[in-house]
Design a protein around this ligand. Sequence first.
Ligand code: NAD
Length: 312
Amino acid sequence: MQYRQLGNTNLKLSRLSYGASPLGSVFRNISEQDGIRTVHTALDLGINYIDVSPYYGNTVAETVLGKALKSVPRDKYILSTKAGRYGSDFTDFDFSASRIRESLEESFARLGVDYVDILYLHDIEFGDLQQVFDESIPCLQALRDEGKIGYFGVTGYPLKIFAETINRYQIDCILSYCRYGLHDTSLSTLLPKLDEKNIGIINASPTGMGLLTKRGAPDWHPGTPELLAASKQAVALCDQHGVDPTAIALQFAIDHPSIVSTLVGTANPENIVKNVKWAEQTYDVELTHKIRKIYEGVSCIWPSGYEKNQDN
Ligand code: NAD
């Protein structure tokens, strides 16, 4: 496993990292024992960064992850969780300083820790950005000064929210999802600016939240019908080449030199073994060009959050 420095922080993250949302049964109903074994397998194979959120499975992912981490020394993993998002409706978001503090303490209790390496504001496009800048980010700065968190950042889907945040604040890192993978590479437009400020870049969902997997996207996937159809075509093309779509999706995504770490989620220990193996292999560049061609002209982005926070 290779490791990379996250921006200006003193964290060195594995290039492939573990996204714990599947522990909350967000893709399918999982077995808790398999979920716990997946976390242990990931750590055994050199993955050192784990991301979670109270939102995943309505706190279940944090609870299951806490059970898995109970037997693991705290210095063996880098952990991030999030605050601000607790459901899917606009009313399920709360970026107030008091809720962020309360939320962090609740996460600590579920995870069985008293410190997280990174705390993110979760999907800020669903919040009032003025509040995020005036109240939420100063709260994160205070939590860092108090030693409850090591570093902080923001997450979300539209790229615009990252551009606006980094214009105002020197945050430590961003977590972007579904914007750099075979189906959409638009995050690359923002990368030079992030690199210039040495803000650490975490890329999540290289399969596009299941688009490029044999099982396909879950029912709740927000992609347009044409994106879902193009992805089925891409999966069929991989099949014709005898290539697992998840393998090539992951290999393409982690290959970008500016991306420090790529988060992939699974609650299946066998999948994590495959993912680590795939991350270390070379891939068929010719096939990636063919897959990218399938998505040409397809509307690959979807609305997320308040209209004023969305990309055009
Ligand atoms: P992903 O692209 O990693 O896809 C997960 C899907 O891929 C699941 O269905 C999983 O079963 C499948 N998969 C994984 N490995 C596989 C393998 N070897 N073979 C077959 N299928 C395999 O999407 P994700 O889980 O949504 O994203 C990864 C992580 O990134 C999340 O768990 C979360 O931690 C983070 N994330 C954060 C945000 C945010 O902050 N807003 C949004 C999305 C994701």
